[in-house]
Design a protein around this ligand. Structure first.
Ligand SMILES: Cc1ncc(COP(=O)(O)O)c(C=O)c1O
Length: 344
């Protein structure tokens, strides 16, 4: 429960598509992911010509940074922004600038104050990982309108499906009529295809050829394309699974809070929580305890300011119960031989 994956295996439709694609594996897949882009366009109400797919959205974040930022440029993110943004900035040799957040949530005014003449890219995940929080589309529109034209606003919607369809549509609408806004999406989370590595980017017309020029030719393999198309063709399964995860998210959060933990409001398939004493040593001990007693791996957030938190992915009810049981036992000091909630 440490990587924000979906706990379900491939749906029958995805399994069948993978099986069929395997029988044609001697052939290359479509380098421009034509069928997949058509399916994405139809499913999201956007022009497939404004879409480029990648080997996970991670590849596209990297491509964007390589196209738009050079050593000496600045890449702007929020205080607790997705760690990959910092790694991407590092890879291109750009200077990383972090704008403070408010209540572990993006602060648009702080971002605007942090923009300089050297800012080239602003990476912003909504909902964000690891906080799980989001800002509404009105605030995002205010940000997009106030940014100077040389700053590319990258809106990472990796967890958008766990917010609402309206939120996703509202974020995509920000690309229309603007030249400096792109949205990235992934099949790794709500679609349950993390291992297939498929992501996509929705951007303005002029930008797509530049992104293709920086992306490898066949980075989205034929099996991955087939799986993603099949997943889009079975939205009922995606929606059912997302609903189950959201219901479990609410149940887990309520239980954790009843145990005295602080839990950030999550719009994702994970929860960020801290123990009642907010002590990083206690957090560390909980992480060890859930592994030792329940075999569960969670993510120990180590970013500055988040040291007392841990991040746990919402899984199947039985797995969630195992986690909650281990957490409760730890907080009750009920497990002999493990550290107690004082974390000393
Ligand atoms: C906010 C965010 N963006 C992007 C990604 C990358 O996803 P992928 O490369 O699997 O599409 C992740 C993965 O955890 C994420 O949390």
């Amino acid at each position: 429960m440490g990587f924000n994956e979906l706990p379900y295996g491939p749906s029958p439709a995805v399994g069948e598509a993978l099986h069929n694609a395997a029988g044609r594996v001697q052939s290359y897949g479509s380098p421009h992911c034509d069928g997949l882009r058509d399916a994405i366009g139809a499913s999201n109400g956007i022009d497939p010509e404004h879409v480029i797919c990648g080997n996970g959205s991670e590849e596209l974040l990297d491509v964007i940074a390589r196209v738009f930022a050079r050593p000496g440029d600045e890449i702007l993110i929020t205080e607790y922004g997705y760690i990959q943004f910092a790694l991407t900035a590092n890879r291109v040799g750009a200077d990383l600038v972090k704008a403070p957040e408010q209540d572990f949530t993006t602060d648009v005014d702080a971002l605007l104050s942090a923009v300089t003449a050297r800012t080239r890219v602003l990476f912003l995940a909504n909902p964000n990982n690891p906080t799980g929080t989001l800002v509404d589309t009105r605030e995002l529109a205010r940000l997009a309108d106030a940014l100077p034209p040389q700053v590319l606003l990258v809106l990472d919607l990796a967890y958008g499906e766990f917010a609402t369809p309206e939120y996703c549509a509202g974020v995509h609408a920000l690309v229309q009529g603007r030249e400096n806004v792109v949205v990235t999406r992934t099949f790794s989370k709500a679609y349950g295809l993390a291992g297939a590595r498929v992501g996509w980017c929705h951007g303005p017309d002029w930008m797509i050829p530049l992104l293709y020029a920086a992306r490898g030719m066949g980075t989205v393999n034929a099996l991955a394309q087939a799986a993603a198309i099949a997943a889009l063709g079975d939205m009922a399964t995606v929606q059912t699974r997302v609903s189950e995860i959201k219901a479990e998210r609410a149940r887990m959060s309520a239980t954790m809070q009843a145990l005295g933990c602080s839990v950030l409001p999550s719009h994702t398939n994970f929860l960020l929580l801290s123990p009642p004493d907010q002590n990083p040593d206690t957090t560390e001990a909980i992480v060890e305890h859930v592994f030792d007693t329940a075999g569960i791996i969670v993510n120990r957030t180590r970013e500055a300011g988040l040291e007392h938190f841990l991040r746990v992915s919402v899984s199947l009810p039985a797995h969630n119960d195992l986690f909650l049981g281990a957490l409760e036992a730890f907080l009750a000091g009920a497990s002999p031989g493990t550290a107690t909630a004082t974390g000393s």
